[in-house]
Write a protein that binds this ligand. Structure first.
Ligand code: HEC
Ligand code: HEC
Length: 296
């Protein structure tokens, strides 16, 4: 809001300008240059022989000028523009924004309400649900899991049907809603360099990769003491704490000797942030349906 004085100043200057334009047009159509007649030359010459004739503006052109003036006055009557005058339509940017936001919200309710009634099995088969879930995934998850959901180092691939945590619909909803934190302790202090090397050889062997069998045998003994509680007897992992399967040669941090010994020596902490504060339950269900559909 400007002060009343400024408001009147703006109103007067604006209207005076419009009036001046109108006056200029009227004046120009009434006064022919040098009192000459239509068709006379004005005496201006360019490029040797180009002469300016003293013809009036075409009618349509002239009317366009009048139309602009009428349009301008009409606009200023309806919309804000003249000082503090709000215009007869009472339009504001905020009211337009609110109206549009309400329309979007209503459209979303219309879109989500029927889907919210569907069971997980129905959602996973519903084209509309998967399409919307895919868009929500692109907007909220692709930054970490990749636009194709194939993940990256430290960010699990969601398409390979190898899961850190529960992989049924409710488990995936849990992963998304509450987030997940996988904690792999650091073993350097307990195992020393030799121990880390041995256990790494065993994990390589477990996953079907080349490894020194003598080292691996020593590693297995250590594994059965230090690792079995979380990664399981056969190395198949434990979804309750997100301990990865070490036997399938699918890796979160890499399966090379260097990557495995790094995981073992220094530990790993993978963190999936909880989404329930950003996404409504309906949306999370749609994303979970989309994620489920990827792995199947
Ligand atoms: C307290 C449970 C726990 C124990 C004990 C444990 N781990 Fe882990 N380990 C995990 C978890 C959880 C992860 C996943 C970390 C993450 O999500 O960032 C993991 C990750 C790993 C990884 C990385 C896997 C990948 O896909 O990149 C390797 C390798 C590994 N552990 C080997 C071992 C070995 C060898 C031992 C024994 C010396 C061991 N772990 C002991 C819980 C454990
Ligand atoms: C800031 C990065 C980040 C974002 C954003 C993110 N995630 Fe994750 N997500 C992770 C990490 C890291 C893990 C692995 C956690 C661990 O190591 O225990 C994970 C784990 C998961 C898991 C469990 C995977 C398994 O194998 O059990 C699911 C499912 C998942 N995310 C889905 C999603 C969805 C859906 C979204 C979007 C709503 C999302 N994530 C957004 C980083 C992210």
């Amino acid at each position: 809001m400007m002060s009343t004085a400024w408001s009147w100043f703006v109103i007067i200057v604006t209207l005076a300008n419009i009036f001046a334009c109108w006056w200029l047009i009227v004046w120009a159509t009434k006064n022919k240059a040098n009192n000459s007649k239509e068709g006379d030359v004005t005496g201006h010459v360019w490029d040797g022989d180009l002469q300016e004739l003293n013809n009036p503006l075409p009618r349509w052109w002239l009317y366009l000028f009048y139309f602009t003036i009428v349009f301008g006055l009409g606009y200023l009557a309806l919309y804000p523009g003249l000082g503090n005058f709000k215009g007869f339509l009472n339009w504001t940017e905020i009211s337009q924004y609110n109206n549009e936001a309400r329309e979007v919200h209503e459209a979303q309710i219309a879109l989500f309400a029927p889907l919210a009634k569907l069971s997980p099995e129905e959602l996973i088969k519903n084209e509309q649900a998967l399409l919307t879930g895919g868009r929500l995934f692109a907007a909220n998850c692709a930054g970490c899991h990749g636009s194709d959901a194939r993940g990256a180092r430290g960010f699990p691939n969601l398409t390979d049907d190898d899961w850190l945590y529960a992989s049924d619909f409710d488990g995936i909803v849990m992963s998304i809603s509450n987030g997940r934190t996988g904690v792999m302790p650091a073993w350097q202090a307990a195992l020393n360099d030799d121990g880390v090397q041995e256990v790494t050889a065993f994990v390589r062997q477990l996953s079907g990769q080349d490894a020194d069998s003598q080292l691996a045998a020593k590693g297995e003994a250590r594994y059965n003491i230090f690792c079995v509680a979380c990664h399981g007897v056969e190395g198949k992992g434990n979804p309750a704490m997100g301990a990865p399967n070490l036997a399938n040669n699918i890796w979160l941090y890499g399966g090379s000797e260097a990557a495995i010994s790094e995981s073992v020596a220094n530990g790993r902490i993978g963190k999936m942030p909880a989404q329930k504060d950003f996404l409504t339950e309906e949306r999370i269900r749609l994303i979970a349906a989309y994620v489920s559909s990827l792995a199947k």
